[in-house]
Write a protein that binds this ligand. Structure first.
Ligand code: ADP
Ligand code: 5GP
Length: 207
């Protein structure tokens, strides 16, 4: 996962902050982006389709894959298992595609430890009250699940110090502008510009 030309953009935020909304915008605007489809033992929400938002697995199937080193990272979040398939990630990066991850802070820590680059972005809700509003307003969670996700939010925010960039998702347009600016700036790093480096060698004999 270290010698490829694709960019790994890792996005973390407390559940309900708006990361899926922001990621959807990014993948719609930039066709070179692949969304990393995770595996999960969580049941699908209404409208979610297997293989689109997630690969929905039984706990038994998830654990068998985990034990076979199928995942680049995995974690238990809010009582369910989630993991990033290793091969799909490596294939996308090797093909020069950029890949965006919607994972929790435990998974981000594992990816950070196992690779020597990547861009790690933490997104905050503007306030605790607004996070509750968004979690309940989405209409996908019952009261017990909302409580579990709020408890998880503190853990996520505590880990935000280890990230490269911070965005507060108050106004969606502003937050999206910041995210796309981070992505575009990150893409100017020499390591993501192999074709230009090769042109330099040809034209200027720079080694
Ligand atoms: P996450 O993926 O982080 O769990 P979602 O993207 O599903 O969060 O967003 C949670 C809810 O908040 C959705 O109903 C979404 O439309 C809404 N939302 C996202 N960003 C904003 C924003 N800046 N202002 C108001 N509502 C937002
Ligand atoms: P949700 O159930 O709301 O889709 O996701 C719950 C949490 O699990 C979110 O914080 C999300 O980022 C995280 N998550 C989703 N996929 C993965 C994954 O593959 N690995 C890890 N570590 N976390 C994930």
């Amino acid at each position: 996962m270290t010698n490829s030309t694709g960019l790994m953009l890792v996005i973390c935020a407390p559940s309900g902050t708006g990361k899926s909304t922001l990621i959807r915008r990014l993948t719609n605007e930039f066709s070179n982006f692949t969304f990393s489809i995770s595996c999960t033992t969580r049941p699908p929400r209404p409208g979610e389709q297997n293989g689109q938002e997630y690969h929905f697995l039984s706990q038994e199937d998830f654990c068998a894959r985990r034990d076979a080193d199928f995942f680049a990272e995995w974690a238990e979040v809010h009582g369910n298992f989630y993991g990033t398939p290793r091969q799909a990630t490596e294939d996308a990066l090797a093909a020069g595609r950029d890949i965006v991850f919607d994972i929790d802070v435990q998974g981000a820590r594992q990816l950070r430890a196992s690779m020597n680059r990547g861009c790690f972005v933490f997104i905050f809700p503007p306030s605790r009250t607004e996070l509750v509003n968004r979690l309940t307003g989405r209409g996908t969670e019952n009261a017990a699940t909302v409580a579990k996700r709020l408890a998880g939010a503190k853990k996520e925010i505590t880990a935000s110090q280890n990230f490269d960039h911070w965005i507060v998702n108050d106004n969606l347009h502003t937050a999206y502008d910041q995210l796309r600016a981070i992505y575009l700036a990150e893409k100017t790093r020499p390591c993501y510009n192999a074709a230009w480096a090769s042109a330099l060698r040809d034209q200027w004999e720079v080694t």
